[in-house]
Write a protein that binds this ligand. Structure first.
Ligand code: FAD
Length: 454
């Protein structure tokens, strides 16, 4: 039996960061992982998705715009090489995490962990003690009721790791993951049907953003079935026939990008008195402390958006609070969403629909990316920056961007909002030229009606 100050269970973006922070605070720390360092994000989710999306982006750029850009080439997709790069990128990042654990003198306990009462963790047949335990075991894919995953009916990991380039796909669910899958495959020439139960593509996003993406998806040949449910699927040896509304769609695979549920099966939460809430998520307070003394939970296991950067920051807070170090809670209203389809969508704070529903006064500034000089250089003209502001104090209530670099561009709006800057201040901050961030500057001016380039 070994004794630690902190044991972290799960080595994903929440867990690996929590372990490093605890070790920085001079605590004897171990991290337990039953699979790979970096967790699902690095090995099966965010990173594999972004790696294949990057290839799709470059392929579409060269094949669709090559002549315009002055590039002559005969480009085709080498699918085994795309998959080999995906594996290589994940492996590089996995090794990077292992190296950081070593550098910080964190013990890596390989195996599946469960709780054995207060302050005790079992890994395989070994028992360990810890003053603080941080649960960071993430989430698993859920299917649609009545449909089971199989070789033909795949979850998001199945979608990004297909052994063969498909000809046709049906994607169920047009949230972030489903839209990324649909966008990447359509841009690599696959016939894609994207089915969404609700009446909006990317249902959680501001409607203006979703409209821009919808236009591009149609241009990319994606058949979009909104307000439509996937009702059933028939599998054959060579593919599937999917029933969606009144349509029967034949494809190589059905990909289900629905919800995810917390991965708590192996943990034996009841052994330590850790309570759960709606959806099986673990109940936590603002400092990520569960109902059990000394046990914390973070990331996809708990309330709030299932995002890697949110998990990581919660890891910092749990490690600090669990070691008696002053800290402050994660402000969930400042966690930006980021979807890497083409074009990208990113947002922080309220959508206009939410601002309207709240009944409060608000003002909107919109600026089309096409007004920024850089958008012509980088052929990034179709998008939009939208800022929703409070007319009395100038607070940024929400900010949304759709465009090829939206997920990078959103950070300055997160920072401005976090530091309690308003749209008036942002409107007076000099932005470098020629960059897409100049569109943010003009959107801030647009809230008060004076965008220069519109
Ligand atoms: C396809 C896809 C794309 C995504 N893209 C993005 C993106 O672009 N940006 C973003 O911010 N988020 C993205 N996400 C969400 C992101 O992956 C999650 O929010 C993030 O991985 C959560 O991190 P985590 O640390 O809570 O858990 P995870 O990354 O799920 O890691 C949990 C780890 O715990 C281990 N584990 C589980 N149980 C045990 C046990 N009992 N003992 C030992 N180990 C255990 C697992 O093996 C796993 O390695 C994406 C999700 C999906 C599905």
């Amino acid at each position: 039996m070994a004794s630690y100050d902190v044991i972290v269970i799960g080595g994903g973006p929440g867990g690996y960061v929590a372990a490093i922070r605890a070790a920085q605070l001079k605590k004897k720390t171990a991290v337990v992982e039953r699979d790979k360092a970096g967790g699902r994000c690095l090995n099966y989710a965010c990173i594999p998705a972004k790696t294949v999306l990057n290839t799709a982006e470059i392929y579409a750029e060269v094949t669709e715009n090559g002549a315009e850009l002055g590039l002559k080439s005969q480009t085709s997709i080498d699918w085994p090489a795309v998959q080999a790069r995906r594996e290589k990128v994940s492996k590089t990042l996995e090794d990077g995490v292992t190296m950081l654990w070593k550098k910080n003198k964190i013990d890596f306990l390989a195996g599946e962990a469960s709780l054995e009462g207060a302050g005790k963790v079992k890994v395989g047949s070994d028992s360990h003690e810890a003053k603080t335990i941080i649960l960071a075991t993430g989430s698993v894919a859920m299917s649609i009721p009545g449909i089971d995953f199989s070789d033909r009916v795949l979850d998001t990991w199945g979608a990004w790791s297909l052994p063969k380039m498909p000809k046709a796909l049906v994607v169920a669910g047009a949230g972030a993951s489903g839209s990324e899958i649909a966008s990447a495959y359509a841009r690599m020439g696959v016939k894609v049907t994207l089915v969404e139960m609700l009446d909006q593509l990317l249902p959680a996003e501001d409607r203006d953003m979703a409209r821009v993406v919808e236009r591009q998806f149609k241009k990319d040949g994606i058949e979009l079935l909104l307000g439509t449910k996937v009702e059933g699927v028939k599998e054959t040896k060579t593919g599937v026939t999917v029933t969606a509304g009144d349509k029967q769609i034949k494809a190589d695979h059905l990909l289900i990008a629905g919800g995810r549920s917390p991965d708590t099966d192996a943990l034996r939460l009841e052994a330590a008195g850790v309570e759960t809430e709606e959806g099986g998520r673990i109940k936590v307070d603002d400092f990520m402390l569960t109902s059990a003394n000394g046990i914390y939970a973070i990331g996809d296991l708990v309330r709030g958006p299932a995002l890697a950067h949110k998990a990581a920051e919660e890891g910092v807070v749990a490690a600090e609070h669990g070691t008696g170090t002053p800290t402050h809670p994660v402000d969930l209203s400042l966690v930006a969403g980021a979807t890497f389809c083409h074009p990208q969508v990113a947002g922080v704070g309220m959508t206009e629909e939410e601002a309207k529903a709240s009944g409060r006064e608000y003002k909107v500034g919109k600026f089309k990316l096409g007004g920024a000089g850089a958008s012509v250089v980088y052929d990034d003209r179709a998008g939009l920056v939208k800022i929703i502001g409070d007319p009395e104090y100038g607070e940024i209530l929400g900010a949304h961007i759709v465009g090829n670099r939206a997920c990078d561009m959103i950070s300055e709006l997160v920072v401005t909002k976090a530091l309690e800057g308003g749209y008036q201040e942002l409107a007076r901050i000099v932005h470098p030229h020629p960059t897409m961030s100049e569109a943010v500057l003009d959107a801030a001016r647009a809230v008060e009606g004076w965008p220069i380039h519109a």
